[in-house]
Design a binder for this molecule. Structure first.
Ligand code: ADP
Length: 467
């Protein structure tokens, strides 16, 4: 309930005080002096109380206000009530903060509060154990001066490149693997979270090694089966009842060989985050070869394959890996585009980086498949994959190659509107070539050049997924 309005009571009291002053002045014939004396007394009274209030607010920590009556009593009471409310609020906030800090302290995951310039402001016990933070020495230090692992420093410089997460060895014990997340909040403030994922990394390594070992072990027997089936097929010319079975045997052995090769390539790609070595790759020459091979693969299907490649740039990367990725995309376009369809292969460089693209006017892919296309063995189940000889690993390989080269694969497709697969490489990987740029690199291999216009040029644009 709000306090009562004190003014009517106060005015009555002032009137009661004013009456005797006026009467005394009247009877003594010195009204002015009496009134002046009363005003002076009132002013001194107010100044005295003002001084008490200022001193109470400035110096005194105790809650109780100085005792006073009348108007000043009301003012002191009002201030007292406000101070009391404020103290209660502060107490509640302090308790809330303590509870919040206690719960953050108890979290098994490391939590570090970073302010501007990644300077450490607060951390919990798990952060001391996993990231080696020491109190009070590390307070206010830059986190990259405490945790100096080059990959961590690179991660903190460009967290958006790895979508704010990375798996790195702990600075305290290199056998511990930490999943690090950087979460921005407020103004230039960050939460650095680290979780021990050693067991997950071990399981992942076991899975990778298992697949790699099995694939490796299968390689030799499959080569033998394939070789023998080929020889048998040649030899069995006069046993037509057996040739079909042997042909089937050779085809399946060939499929398994491809599968094993792809699985081995994938486990090699997964082993390290970056290519084994970087070399300046002549993209234009590589694409000329691949488009030519695409023409051979197309064979009687007679696709109109075109190449539009910007000369003058080299791409720092692993040529073998890039060849695999580009060949997979061109091969898929040939595999899935009906005979006579158009396939455009493009390479261009702009300030954002290098862009390789394969666009076809084939059947396209429904939007809901796009986010999952780069999963191993994921196939669009519409009967089109049957008998195309794919392993279901092609796009997984492309995605890994792109991640290792610091780039990304963007797939844009819609049913009946063809597909475009784009590989974007970061600008740092492009080097100017010292070759003759006057060479014409725009030509059709088995059809008119640059005839395929798809994707973003169309209104609305088909669905897209980045990998
Ligand atoms: P696969 O070995 O089966 O080709 P990929 O990983 O290369 O495996 O491709 C996954 C699936 O994506 C394919 O099974 C196919 O359904 C679809 N796909 C890939 N490229 C195209 C394309 N250019 N046009 C239509 N569908 C495609």
């Amino acid at each position: 309930m709000p306090p009562l309005n004190p003014w009517p009571r106060l005015l009555r009291r002032y009137a009661a005080l004013a009456v005797p002053v006026v009467l005394a002045g009247w009877f003594t014939g010195r009204l002015l002096e009496w009134v002046l004396a009363a005003v002076l007394a009132a002013t001194l009274w107010h100044l005295y109380n003002l001084a008490r209030m200022e001193r109470w607010l400035r110096l005194e920590r105790k809650l109780d206000p100085p005792l006073s009556r009348g108007l000043w009593g009301e003012v002191f009471d009002g201030l007292y009530r406000q101070r009391k409310r404020q103290r209660a609020r502060q107490k509640k906030l302090r308790q809330l903060l303590r509870r919040y800090r206690d719960s953050a302290k108890a979290m098994p995951d490391a939590t570090v509060v970073l302010r501007r310039n990644y300077r450490v402001e607060w951390w919990n016990d798990a952060a001391s154990a996993l990231l080696g933070l020491n109190w009070p020495a590390d307070e206010g230090q830059r986190i990259t001066n405490i945790y100096r692992h080059p990959e961590f420093v690179a991660f903190m410089e460009r967290p958006e490149r790895s979508h704010g997460t990375a798996v790195l060895p702990s600075p305290v014990n290199e056998h511990l693997h930490l999943e690090i997340r950087l979460v921005p909040y407020g103004e230039k403030q960050y939460l650095l979270l680290a979780r021990d994922v050693t067991h997950l990394v071990h399981l992942e390594t076991m899975r990778r090694d298992f697949v790699a070992n099995v694939s490796h072990e299968l390689r030799t027997p499959l080569t033998v089966i394939y070789g023998v089936s080929e020889t048998l097929e040649d030899e069995l010319g006069d046993h037509p009842e057996l040739t079909d079975s042997v042909r089937l045997l050779r085809e399946q052995a060939q499929r398994m060989k491809l599968l094993v090769e792809d699985l081995l390539l994938l486990s090699r790609l997964e082993k390290a985050a970056e290519p084994d070595f970087d070399e300046p790759v002549e993209v234009v020459r590589l694409l000329e070869q691949l488009v030519e091979e695409g023409g051979v693969l197309s064979g009687e299907a007679g696709h109109a394959l075109s190449l539009e490649a910007e000369p003058g740039w080299l791409l720092a990367g692993n040529e073998g890996e890039l060849r695999s990725a580009f060949a997979n995309l061109i091969g898929n376009a040939v595999k899935y585009t009906p005979p006579g369809g158009r396939i455009a292969v493009r390479w261009r460089v702009d300030p954002a980086g290098g862009h390789f693209e394969v666009a076809d006017n084939g059947p396209g892919i429904a939007g809901h498949h796009l986010p999952r296309l780069t999963e191993r063995f994921y196939r669009v189940d519409d009967g089109r994959t049957a008998g195309r000889g794919g392993t279901g690993l092609g796009l997984a390989i492309v995605k890994h190659v792109m991640v290792r080269h610091g780039g990304e694969l963007v797939i844009q497709s819609a049913l009946e509107r063809g597909s475009t697969f784009r590989c974007r490489f970061p600008r740092e990987r492009l080097l100017p070539a010292v070759t003759d740029p006057s060479r014409n690199h725009q030509h059709g291999v088995s059809g008119p050049p640059d005839t395929c216009r798809q994707g973003p040029a169309e209104t609305g644009g088909p669905p897209t997924a980045s990998h």
